[in-house]
Design a protein around this ligand. Sequence first.
Ligand code: FES
Length: 107
Amino acid sequence: MPKPVKHVFVCSQSRPEGHPRGSCASKGSSEVLQTFWRELQQHNAYDRVAVTYSGCLGPCDGGVNVLVYPEGVLYQQVTAKDVKEIFDSHLMGDQIVSRLCAPASAW
Ligand code: FES
């Protein structure tokens, strides 16, 4: 496997219903993750992009959270409808999708 140029982590943490922190799973992380994998397949970008599910990334309030390295860009409130834009613009085109970026206070 080639070393990825971009590595995407999709928070897929779940928690019991009523938990005070909520979770990205309850906000649709599975659909977001599946959509990233579908875009990866459609772009045949396996030599450039890796997509991995992760546990809690920290700022649960803003889920679904998606973290992209090497830039360390955190996207928040990501839905499946946002994934194509992130993929085309950032992962393939190196242009960060600023409208979805977490504020500095998120960390
Ligand atoms: S549950 Fe996703 S960031 Fe905490």
